[in-house]
Design a protein around this ligand. Sequence first.
Ligand code: SF4
Ligand code: SF4
Length: 387
Amino acid sequence: MEKVVLLKCEEYNTKLIEEKLREGFDLLGGDKFLRELIPYNSKVLLKPNMLAIEEAGSPVITNFNVFEAVIKIIKDYSSNISFGDSPGFGEAKKAAEKSGLLKVAEKYDVKFEDFKESTHVKLDESILCKSWTVAKAPYEADVLITLPKLKTHAMAYFTGAVKNQFGCIPGTLKATWHTRMPKANNFCKMLLDLNSLVNTSFAILDGIVAMEGNGPKSGKPKKMNTMIMGKSLTAVDSTAVRLIGYDNPLDIPVLKEAYDHNWGTVLTKDIQVLGEDIESMKSKDFELCRKGGNFYFISPGVTNFLRDLIAPDPSLIAEKCISCKRCQEVCPEKPRVIKMVNNKGKLQPTWNMKECIRCFCCQELCPCGAIETKYSILGKMLKMNKR
Ligand code: SF4
Ligand code: SF4
């Protein structure tokens, strides 16, 4: 059984939140648990939700009191703590300042990371995506503790512990993922891969004031008086969605993909909820939001047009190709995006770019390095200017 702790906390008061979180850690094993989670002086990165430049106390972002309480607890285990995010909207530093997070961080000598510096890395054991450009700070942290906000999400229905790491994609590169993977199933697989890549270690979800309705940015604050903590991101999210009114966690696209790919614990029967009684904490009138299931920002046509404009394409280096068909075999999209066609007496791949999701499995797994990525001029500009 995967353990999560459900806590009741009725106000944003650092002292009270700290007490509650300490009770939560005690239920998980106390000091021993924390020492295993945070090996002595390891490099810890806190990843709050800083979706946009928002006032301190806004329900869009992780509350600074929760952030401070977490720091007060973990500083006994490491003096090497930093925090950061790459907001979907606006400059990271401004978001950190306005939210009150930066002021708290300075008080405890916690370093701010703006996630501008990126690194190109591979993830061999992926569900979908093997090739990544990701912010260096979360990738290089020893321990990544995510501090998501409990919110509705028009396209994903819910955003919590798993989705919070989308901020580890630097700046405007986030837009290329949205255009590459507008379908919810692929986008959610990508989110799971991203969490494997940055190895998110623990989640503390801020649901004291959650967001209902038109989330993740334009919904209404909803007092839920809760925090949920645990090692399994999917178990934390699965518990959170039960609180807001979903009987079946598989109704949430990212949890469905996680379950289908055996990524973390999702089902209620496999999760032991410690702390508060979940039935007594459930909201009976939480306004859910289920507009999409897909991530088309405007319309499928426009999204695909943007994708073709900014996302990189796989491209063949013909002289290196040995016609092994490996690229065609590993392509996850059905019907097949790659066709082998005769080119001057040699079978070589061609791509149907209208169907290609740019996961680059073909490029990663070509045994001859015969596939490269090609950016359009606009794509190159976005890649260079990641903010
Ligand atoms: S995997 Fe590489 S070498 Fe094999 S057919 Fe595809 S491009 Fe050619
Ligand atoms: S063709 Fe290559 S990049 Fe496109 S979907 Fe298939 S494996 Fe991914």
